[in-house]
Design a protein around this ligand. Structure first.
Ligand SMILES: [Zn+2]
Length: 665
C-alpha cells in the first residue's frame, strides 16, 4: 500500500511544479506549495535523518544507523532527481531557476555529508558480520565511497575538497546551460538550397515574418540537413554552427572544470582524474581505458580506410577533382552510397516509421518480452501536455511508472536520455523513470515520420528505462535500477537496439504511412546489409570522442591547449579534416556527466555483443532467454558486480570474441 501513497505524493509534486507560475485566487484555492519549497522538503528530510543518525547514543546497529542512512539517501536522491528533471525539461524559466538552486543545495548537502567523518565512523562501527549479502555490499560500498570523497584526509584538505566540489557543481551547471541556450539559426532565403530534403519536413519547418524558412542547430533540423541537403555549403554552415555552440562561453568553463578535477584527484591520492573516476568502474584505471580505446581504434583502422575511400569515390562522381571528404559530407555521402549501392533510401525507410506506431510497438514489445503490462495514467498533471504517463504492472502489481516526454520544445534538454525521478526501493517507493527525447511530434493528424536512427535511439532509451523499472525492487537506493558500474550502464540499452530490425516485430508496426503496408522484408535485409557500411569510420569517430574525454582528464590542465588537443586526436583517429574555427569540446555535453568515461559506450557495447549471443542462437523472442535476461541482468540492478551479472546470465565469464567479430563483420 505504501506504493500508492508514494505515487500520490509524486503527483502532488508534479502539480506544484506546474502550478507555480499560475497561482490562483488564494481565497478560494488552497495555497499551492512552490516547487522550491517542495524540493527543499526532501533535502530537509535528509538533513533531519542525518541529525538523527548522528544523535544515536548507543551501540551502532543496522537498525539505528544503516537503515536511516539509506532513508536519508532516498530523500536526498528524490529531491535531487526531481530538481535535475525540472531544470532540464520545465517550460517555465522561474521553475528551472528554482530547480537549479535546489540542485545546488542537494549537491552541497551531499558533498558535506560525504566528508562527515563522524558519520563515516558511525557506519564503520556497525557489526555486519551476520547481515545479508546486499547489506554487506551496501556498507562496503558506502565506506569505499566515503574514502573516495576524502573523509580520511586531514581537515584542511577536506575543507579544500568541499570548496572544489562546490565549484565543480557550479561549473557543471554553467556548462550544461551554455550548451542548451546557445541554439543557432540559419535563415534560408532561397528555397532551392533545401533541394534533397523531404517535402513533409520542409512543410513543417518554422518560418520567419518574411516567410523564409529558419533552421536551427537542434537535431530535428540538423540531422535531416546533414543527411539529405544537396547543398554542401548549407551543410557546412549548419555543421560549423552546431559544433561551435557554447564556444565563447564553455572554453573557460571547461578549463576551470579540468583544473578543479585534477586538483581533486591529486588530493585523493590519484595521479589524475581519469584514474580517480575509473577506479570503481569495471575498467579500474585510466591506463586500461586508454589501452581499450587504442586497441579498438587500431582494429577499426583498415575498415575505416575502406569506408573513407568509398565516400571519396562517391564524392568524385559529383566533383571529379575532390581530394578529401569533410565531416559535414560524411552523412550525406553515406546516405548516397546506401541509397545507390545498397538500394536503401532513408527517405523511403522513414515513411514506415510513424512516431505513434513506434511508441505503441515499444510498449507492446516490452510487455511481451518481460511479461508486464502498461496502463495509461491521465489523471495526474505533468510539466507539459506532451508528456504521457504509464503505470507498469507485473502480475497485477504496480512495479513502476514511466513518463514519456518525447518531442522538442524551447529550453528543453536537447538530447535523448532516461532521467530518474525515483529509484525503486522495496516497501518505500516504486521506480519512476522519465524518457526525455526530441523526436518528431505528431500534429494535426499528420504522421510524424522518424529517421531510422531516431527509432534506434528510442529503442536504446527504452533499454535504460526497463533497467530502471526492473532494477527498482531493491532494498537500498544505491543498488537500484541503473545504479550499476557506470561503464556497464550502456550495455542493456545498446543491446536492446538489436530488437529493432527483427522482422517478426517490424512487420506489425513499420507500416507505410499512406498505404498501411508493412515494410518489405527485402528492404529490411538491405538495411541490415547497408548498416554495415560506415561501421569503420563510425567506430573511429567514437574512439576520437572517447580519447578526447579520457585525454582531457589525463593531461596537465594548466598546460593544456584544448584546440591543439582536439585537432591532434581527430587526426589520430579519424580520416576527416578538422574544420577551422570550430570547438566541438565546448558543446560535448558528456564532459560534464561522463568526464573521462566516454569510452563506456564502446566498452558496454563490447559486453552487449557478448550478451546477445544466446539470443542469436535461440531467437530474439525466446521467452526463456528474455526472462533470464530480465531476472539475471535487469532485476539485480547494482546489487552485484556487473561482471558477475554477465556470468550469471551467460553461464560463463564475458569475452570480446563477439565484439571482435562485429568489428570485422
Ligand atoms: Zn544510453
Amino acid at each position: 500500500m505504501s506504493i500508492y501513497i508514494k505515487s500520490t505524493y509524486l503527483s502532488l509534486l508534479l502539480t506544484t511544479i506546474i502550478s507555480m507560475g499560475c497561482r490562483g485566487n488564494t481565497d478560494t484555492l488552497p495555497k499551492q506549495i512552490s516547487f522550491y519549497e517542495q524540493c527543499n522538503a526532501d533535502i530537509s528530510k535528509a538533513r533531519t535523518l542525518l541529525a538523527e543518525i548522528l544523535a544515536v547514543d548507543d551501540v551502532r546497529t543496522i537498525e539505528n544507523t544503516i537503515k536511516p542512512y539509506n532513508a536519508m539517501s532516498i530523500a536526498l536522491e528524490n529531491g535531487w532527481g526531481m530538481a535535475y528533471l525540472a531544470r532540464s525539461v520545465h517550460p517555465q524559466e522561474d521553475i528551472r531557476n528554482q530547480a537549479t538552486e535546489c540542485e545546488k543545495q542537494a549537491s552541497q548537502f551531499s558533498t558535506k555529508t560525504s566528508l562527515n567523518s563522524t558519520l563515516y565512523d558511525a557506519i564503520k562501527q556497525v557489526d555486519i558480520s551476520r547481515a545479508d549479502k546486499k547489506t554487506k555490499r551496501f556498507v562496503r560500498f558506502t565506506l569505499r565511497d566515503f574514502k573516495r570523497s576524502g573523509v580520511n584526509l586531514p581537515s584542511k584538505q577536506r575543507q579544500r575538497l568541499s570548496e572544489i566540489n562546490k565549484e565543480l557543481t557550479q561549473l557543471g551547471l554553467a556548462f550544461d546551460k551554455n550548451i542548451v541556450t546557445d541554439v543557432r539559426y540559419i535563415t534560408i532565403t532561397d528555397l532551392s538550397e533545401l533541394s534533397g530534403l523531404p517535402q513533409d519536413w520542409i512543410e513543417t519547418r518554422t518560418k520567419d515574418s518574411q516567410g523564409n524558412i529558419v533552421v536551427s542547430t537542434d537535431s530535428p533540423d540538423y540531422v535531416p540537413i546533414l543527411t539529405y541537403a544537396d547543398n554542401t555549403n548549407l551543410r557546412k554552415r549548419l555543421y560549423t554552427q552546431r559544433i561551435s555552440r557554447a564556444k565563447n562561453t564553455n572554453k573557460d568553463v571547461l578549463k576551470k572544470m579540468l583544473i578543479f578535477r585534477d586538483e581533486k584527484a591529486k588530493l585523493l591520492g590519484y595521479k589524475n582524474y581519469a584514474d580517480y573516476i575509473t577506479a570503481d568502474k569495471m575498467m579500474k584505471s585510466g591506463r586500461k581505458a586508454d589501452a581499450f580505446i587504442q586497441k579498438v581504434s587500431s582494429l577499426s583502422k583498415a575498415r575505416g580506410k575502406k569506408d573513407y575511400n568509398a565516400l571519396l569515390e562517391r564524392k568524385r562522381q559529383d566533383n571529379p577533382n575532390a581530394s578529401h571528404v569533410e565531416s559535414y559530407e560524411k552523412s550525406y555521402y553515406t546516405n548516397k552510397i546506401t541509397t545507390e549501392k545498397y538500394n536503401v533510401d532513408q527517405q523511403i525507410v522513414r515513411e514506415y516509421f510513424d512516431y505513434n506506431r513506434v511508441e505503441k510497438a515499444l510498449l507492446d514489445l516490452t510487455s511481451r518480452l518481460y511479461n508486464i503490462s502498461y496502463k495509461r495514467v491521465t489523471d495526474i498533471p505533468t510539466w507539459h501536455s506532451d508528456v504521457k504517463v504509464f503505470d507498469v504492472f507485473k502480475n497485477k502489481e504496480t512495479i513502476g511508472r514511466i513518463y514519456l516526454d518525447m518531442h522538442p520544445r524551447d529550453n528543453k534538454y536537447k538530447h535523448a536520455a532516461k532521467f530518474s525521478l525515483r529509484s525503486g526501493v522495496v516497501d518505500v517507493q516504486i521506480p519512476e523513470g522519465v524518457l526525455v527525447c526530441n523526436f518528431p511530434k505528431p500534429q494535426n493528424n499528420k504522421p510524424a515520420l522518424m529517421e531510422l536512427s531516431q527509432v534506434n535511439t528510442m529503442f536504446h532509451e527504452f533499454g535504460h528505462l526497463m533497467h530502471h523499472v526492473f532494477g527498482g525492487q531493491q532494498q537500498y537506493a544505491s543498488q537500484s535500477g541503473t545504479a550499476t558500474e557506470r561503464d556497464f550502464v550502456e550495455a542493456p540499452s545498446q543491446m536492446f537496439e538489436e530488437w529493432l530490425l527483427h522482422y517478426d516485430l517490424l512487420k506489425h508496426f513499420a507500416l507505410h504511412y499512406k498505404t498501411n503496408q508493412p515494410i518489405p522484408l527485402i528492404l529490411v535485409n538491405k538495411i541490415k546489409k547497408s548498416n554495415r557500411f560506415g561501421r569503420g569510420v563510425s567506430v573511429q569517430q567514437q574512439m576520437f570522442y572517447a580519447d578526447l574525454s579520457l585525454s582531457l582528464h589525463r593531461a596537465n590542465p594548466n598546460k593544456l591547449n584544448l584546440d591543439t588537443m582536439i585537432k591532434k586526436l581527430q587526426k589520430k583517429h579519424t580520416p576527416f579534416p578538422f574544420v577551422d574555427g570550430t570547438a566541438m569540446y565546448a558543446s560535448f555535453g558528456h564532459l560534464k556527466g561522463y568526464s573521462a568515461m566516454y569510452y563506456t559506450y564502446m566498452w558496454s557495447l563490447s559486453i552487449a555483443k557478448d550478451m546477445i549471443s544466446p539470443f542469436r542462437k535461440y531467437g530474439l523472442l525466446s521467452p526463456k532467454w528474455n526472462t533470464r535476461y530480465r531476472d539475471k541482468i535487469l532485476t539485480p540492478g547494482g546489487s552485484k558486480d556487473a561482471k558477475d551479472l554477465v556470468s550469471d546470465f551467460l553461464g560463463r565469464p564475458y569475452n570480446l570474441k563477439m565484439f571482435n567479430a562485429w568489428l570485422k563483420e
